[in-house]
Design a protein around this ligand. Structure first.
Ligand code: NAD
Length: 293
């Protein structure tokens, strides 16, 4: 059993903290939203009065916050978490943030720190089946791995500080582009008189196969659990995909790399958001690609 501080108890952090408590760890949590803190308390998390208080005395301190700005502020700014944490503690940021901020915060906290963004969404957080992509020192990873395993199925060490965020950003750029082109294929097939099921049967056994097709199939029918079967309720909201694509473009600009398909994917998701798609699953972009249908 470990003493764990957990800050950011929202859609993802709430169930993650709950799973740590269920696994027998002593979890102290904090969120600026009182309702989120109360929900976590009802699930076995000891509520703290501030982020610094949650960090104090813990062996592992985790954050699950919206973006880089909040992460920097919580650890190094007004949150004061780094200074309040035990010098021997392992700090773990599970938020999805830009690579540059992840590296900057890890270099400044003065403690071993891991960036450990996740995939698997809210369902994965609830079922403790997340995938963690982890950057940071190997010895800190070895210490934190059993803690992360209480919340996830796959825990992958990707390299030094920022490597977890780098892996996440590259993966989600591929995910967005494959989803868009899969949607385009279904729209083209409709115009060519080919049924959804026939295209699915061929592509899922051919080189057009992908996770976007086999798990999040953007038309109703072939994959009964995909969001297309429930009017594109998420799933993985288009707004979050646009955020992740923005981070990928930031990383590409900073690294001087051209990613034209990633850039185009971001432009298309931004257009989808402007047309009211923010809350829809990211596969709902097929409606825009059909021309508003
Ligand atoms: P969320 O908005 O539901 O939760 C974030 C929580 O952080 C909120 O409860 C908010 O009140 C709290 N918070 C903000 N600033 C704070 C501060 N200074 N101190 C304490 N608490 C603070 O968001 P979420 O869906 O849980 O996502 C969290 C992170 O996980 C994001 O970076 C997101 O991109 C990433 N992510 C989300 C999903 C998903 O499907 N929701 C999937 C993978 C990754």
């Amino acid at each position: 059993m470990a003493r764990i501080g957990f800050v950011g108890l929202g859609n993802m952090g709430g169930p993650m903290a709950r799973n740590l408590a269920r696994a027998g760890h002593a979890v102290t949590g904090f969120d600026i939203v009182p309702e989120a803190l109360a929900r976590a308390a009802a699930a076995g998390v000891t509520p703290a009065g501030s982020a610094a208080e949650a960090a104090r005395g813990a062996e592992f301190v985790l954050t699950m916050l919206p973006a880089g700005e909040q992460v920097r502020d919580a650890w190094l700014g007004t949150g004061g978490m780094a200074a309040a944490s035990d010098p021997g503690a392992v700090l773990v940021d599970c938020s999805t943030i830009d690579v540059a901020t992840a590296r900057e915060v890890a270099a400044a906290v003065g403690r071993p720190m891991l960036d450990a963004p996740v995939s698997g969404g809210v369902m994965g957080a609830e079922a403790a089946t997340l995938t963690f992509m982890v950057g940071g020192p190997a010895d800190a990873f070895a210490r934190a791995e059993p803690i992360l395993r209480a919340m996830g199925r796959n825990v992958l060490h990707c390299g030094e500080a920022g490597a977890g965020q780098a892996a996440k950003t590259c993966n989600n750029m591929v995910l967005a582009a494959t989803m868009i082109v899969t949607c385009e294929a279904f729209v083209l097939a409709e115009k060519l008189g080919l049924s959804h099921q026939a295209l699915f049967d061929v592509m899922s056994r051919s080189s057009g196969q992908s996770w976007s097709l086999s798990t999040y199939c953007p038309v109703p029918g072939p994959v009964p659990a995909s969001p297309a079967n429930r009017d594109y309720r998420p799933g993985f909201a288009a707004a979050l995909m646009a955020k992740d694509l923005g981070l990928a473009q930031e990383a590409a600009r900073a690294a001087g790399v051209e990613t034209p398909l990633g850039a185009q994917a971001l432009a298309l998701y931004r257009r989808f958001l402007e047309q009211g798609g923010a809350e829809a699953d990211f596969s709902g972009i097929i409606r825009m690609l059909r021309g508003g249908g």
